[in-house]
Design a protein around this ligand. Structure first.
Ligand SMILES: Nc1ncnc2c1ncn2[C@@H]1O[C@H](COP(=O)(O)OP(=O)(O)OP(=O)(O)O)[C@@H](O)[C@H]1O
Ligand SMILES: [Mg+2]
Length: 254
């Protein structure tokens, strides 16, 4: 049987080749972009791929009641959530501690190491507005550094990394990969390898981004795609069957 990888297809490059995010090699994925650049929509697309492969999700979203929130954009994946979505800053702080605790317990026993992604939308607003964010940033830093080998990954979505970096520069430096959508040069420069890429990030249209130094085209998660994802997540829950990204993307017409 083929080993399951939990890799993501982030999008395609200029030659229409898939750009893959390798689960085994990465500890975290940051998504950077201005308001309306597509952070939430594209994150929902990536989270769908994970959920279809049996990856469980822990979710924090301060805007979960807004109809453009990540929580609403991933309605079809709610069966994959291990806990209800955290909304207020106190609950998000508790989930950051919970995630750390799960990692700690996994390191100390050989129990159930199912793949788990902790996704936080509006992460930079949380860092800027919540109290005790220094402690939270350190907890996340520790989780990123230690828990990749026990199946935990982090997905952080945010706008103003330039400002948030004051409390989270070490965390930023430990995040192994980032997708940069339309961003100010300053915000993009925190994650882009090359200065020219950071400049270009300011000009990106919706549906395009940078991954490392490569430009990517990101297909949109359509209504049909959501139905497919929902069916697949439910099938996983019932039969323990793992589904491959390629089949899912094929079903979505990409
Ligand atoms: N890949 C894409 N292809 C086409 N349209 C897209 C794509 N990504 C996002 N959009 C559209 O762009 C709009 C803004 O997207 P989204 O809400 O995801 O942005 P955001 O960066 O999360 O914004 P905010 O910072 O306000 O939360 C939405 O109407 C969405 O449907
Ligand atoms: Mg958003």
């Amino acid at each position: 049987m083929q080993k399951h990888t939990y890799n993501l297809i982030l999008g395609v490059n200029q030659d229409s080749e898939p750009i893959i995010w390798h689960w085994d090699n990465e500890n975290a994925l940051a998504i950077i972009g201005k308001g309306g650049s597509g952070k939430t929509t594209n994150s929902a697309y990536w989270l769908s791929q994970w959920a279809c492969q049996g990856v469980r999700l822990l979710m924090a979203d301060p805007h979960m009641n807004n109809r453009q929130s990540l929580y609403v954009a991933t309605e079809h994946l709610h069966d994959a959530l291990v806990e209800p979505c955290a909304c207020d800053y106190g609950d998000i702080t508790r989930y950051i501690e919970l995630f750390h605790q799960i990692g700690y317990e996994r390191l100390n026993n050989t129990g159930d190491h199912y793949p788990l992604v902790f996704v936080i939308d509006e992460f930079t607003s949380y860092l800027l507005n919540s109290s005790d964010t220094k402690a939270s940033a350190l907890k996340l830093l520790d989780s990123v550094n230690q828990y990749r080998k026990v199946g935990l990954r982090l997905m952080l979505i945010g706008q103003s990394w330039g400002q948030a970096i004051r409390v989270a520069s070490q965390l930023r430096d430990s995040i192994s990969s980032a997708v940069v959508l339309k961003s100010s040069k300053n915000d993009a420069a925190k994650f882009c390898a090359f200065d020219t890429t950071a400049k270009e990030a300011n000009l990106l249209p919706i549906g395009r981004g940078f991954y490392q130094d490569e430009m990517i085209w990101i297909p949109k998660l359509t209504g049909t795609g959501k139905l497919v994802a929902q069916k697949r997540v439910k099938a996983f829950m019932k039969t323990d069957t793992l589904h491959r990204n390629e089949i899912y993307l094929h079903d979505m017409g990409t």
